[in-house]
Design a protein around this ligand. Structure first.
Ligand SMILES: [Zn+2]
Length: 304
């Protein structure tokens, strides 16, 4: 169940499956020239929260590094009422307008691990445990439907990393009207904010990696950077698709480059129920570290 989506732009080759798998595609690396505002987050400071959840260190909007406090963000049930005050939409840096960002513009040996969530959260426990154990920053791209279906997981992912917006119901946005695209983005944003208390801006990932110039303009105007990827692990294809933990690891390491953005998924494959990405994360982290790479979240992309 894999379909190829022709792209108007050469920057992203979208390879999608139906929203059941909530998977995306692969994209060739596209170098970007722009201000380097990424701060490494490789040396997060552990906290002493009762659950042992470590904090992760994320770059702030000013490009400096701050340690977030997540001592209370453990496994409590999702709050039913969050402060849903939405900040005004801030313009995104000009360097990120009008295209999908498939690599962090940096010469430093840093990698961003990113995880999409749409169909299910079968790999979340494992992924969050690994990230906490290794003190690695990551970002998670959630659909509004996922957040409604798995609110507790969404809250935990917010505590463990940085949330991004992955639309409400994972449609092919170029097939929708402009008003529908806007609703897909703003409704998911409202759901993520209401359930987790986190504003997903400025991080947006197109469902199936499928976008056109109009869609890019719309999400940019809504305060979002379109976050693509340097490499798709293809772990979402599962063992039934001929993939393995080893193939996932090898794809990430083969594509290692300063600013690499790695696309993984939190869910299991709907056919064979494998969670190859989740299973591969420990080896992905170890392999990248052995090659001299550290890890960053994508927070600083919005700081220009
Ligand atoms: Zn997706």
């Amino acid at each position: 169940m894999r379909t190829s989506v022709p792209r108007a732009s050469a920057t992203t080759l979208a390879v999608g499956v139906l929203m059941m798998a909530a998977a995306c595609g692969s994209s060739p690396p596209t170098p970007h020239v722009g201000p380097t505002t990424i701060a490494t987050a490789t040396s997060a400071t552990p906290t002493s929260s009762a659950s042992g959840t470590p904090t992760a260190t994320y770059p702030t909007a000013t490009g400096t590094t701050s340690t977030t406090t997540t001592a209370t963000a453990t496994t409590s049930p999702p709050p039913t009422t969050q402060t849903s005050t939405l900040a005004p939409t801030a313009p995104i840096p000009a360097a990120f307008v009008g295209h999908v960002v498939s690599r962090i513009p940096t010469s430093r040996k840093v990698v961003a691990l990113t995880f999409d969530a749409g169909a299910n959260g079968d790999g979340v426990d494992s992924i969050l445990a690994t990230l906490a154990k290794e003190k690695v920053a990551a970002s998670f791209y959630l659909t509004g439907n996922f957040v409604n279906a798995f609110p507790t997981l969404a809250v935990r992912m917010s505590a463990a990393g940085r949330l991004g917006n992955h639309s409400t119901s994972h449609p092919h946005l170029p097939t929708l009207t402009a008003a529908q695209v806007t609703t897909q983005v703003t409704s998911a944003q409202a759901t993520i904010l209401r359930v987790t208390g986190e504003d997903p801006r400025p991080l947006f990932r197109f469902p199936f990696g499928d976008s056109g110039p109009r869609d890019l303009r719309l999400v940019n105007d809504l305060g979002y950077i379109a976050v693509g990827w340097t490499v798709d692990t293809l772990g979402w294809q599962g063992t039934s698709g001929g993939r393995s933990v080893n193939s996932v690891v090898q794809r990430v390491l083969a594509a290692a480059t300063p600013g690499e953005i790695v696309l993984m998924h939190v869910g299991s494959n709907p056919t064979d129920h494998s969670t190859l990405d989740a299973d591969a994360v420990p080896r992905v982290i170890a392999g990248l570290r052995a090659a001299g790479y550290g890890f960053v979240s994508l927070d600083a992309l919005g700081s220009g």
